[in-house]
Design a protein around this ligand. Structure first.
Ligand SMILES: CC(C)(COP(=O)(O)OP(=O)(O)OC[C@H]1O[C@@H](n2cnc3c(N)ncnc32)[C@H](O)[C@@H]1OP(=O)(O)O)[C@@H](O)C(=O)NCCC(=O)NCCS
Length: 178
């Protein structure tokens, strides 16, 4: 069994998302979105839209993994392939872990598993935007090989506060990621 897929000492597994996880994933996404500090969305999209997104990810073979504790989804990481053929070598990464499960290495297990799958699926580049005050996520991205590419000024406006974002990307050939 892949090390990332095997349960850790707390019994938390990293596994490819499946239809059975969708309701739970939707709840977890909603909790992290409603923190209003980290994600573009401020609440999860309606469940049918989330279901369509996940089933589309599975159908396209895009990497999407969940961390599960006793069957409950407590975190996720997904990499969506760009739509345009000229950009199909690029993937956009999104992730989150429930507050109670942060700081235990789950984010790292999730992102490393998703990046490995992305590399195997032929992605050349994985990119994301992260709010400049999200120190935990920035630290994690740097640790796994992402580099900053620029600042998106006033990228978001949440409750009247503008937030800049850092554009980051990982190029598999450049980073020697394995
Ligand atoms: C970002 C997030 C996914 C990280 O998941 P996590 O499970 O808390 O992260 P981990 O415990 O795996 O830590 C990953 C690494 O980052 C480091 N790290 C975490 N927070 C840090 C901080 N504030 N400063 C410095 N390093 C930090 C850890 O030490 C760890 O390094 P190590 O693997 O060398 O020990 C999680 O905190 C989260 O869900 N945040 C809210 C949602 C979010 O920000 N999503 C991303 C939007 S771009």
């Amino acid at each position: 069994m892949d090390a990332a897929a095997s349960p850790d000492t707390l019994g938390i597994r990293i596994e490819p998302i499946a239809a059975v996880h969708i309701d739970n994933f939707h709840r977890t996404l909603d909790v992290v979105a409603r923190e209003k500090k980290y994600l573009s969305m401020l609440e999860a999209p309606p469940l049918p839209q989330t279901r369509e997104f996940v089933m589309g990810m599975i159908a396209k073979g895009n990497p999407q993994f969940v961390a599960t504790a006793e069957g409950e989804v407590v975190g996720w990481c997904d990499i969506s392939r760009h739509f345009f053929p000229s950009r199909a070598h690029r993937g956009r990464l999104g992730m989150g872990v429930l507050p109670a499960y942060r700081g235990r290495g789950l984010g790292r297990r999730l992102i490393e598993t998703a990046l490995k799958a992305a590399q195997e699926a032929g992605f050349v580049r994985v990119e994301l935007d992260v709010y400049e005050d999200n120190a935990g996520a920035i630290a994690l991205y740097e640790k796994v090989g992402f580099a900053p590419e620029g600042i998106v000024r006033r990228a978001a406006c949440i409750d009247g506060r503008f937030i800049d974002a850092i554009s980051m990307a990982l190029l598999f050939d450049e980073r020697g990621f394995s």
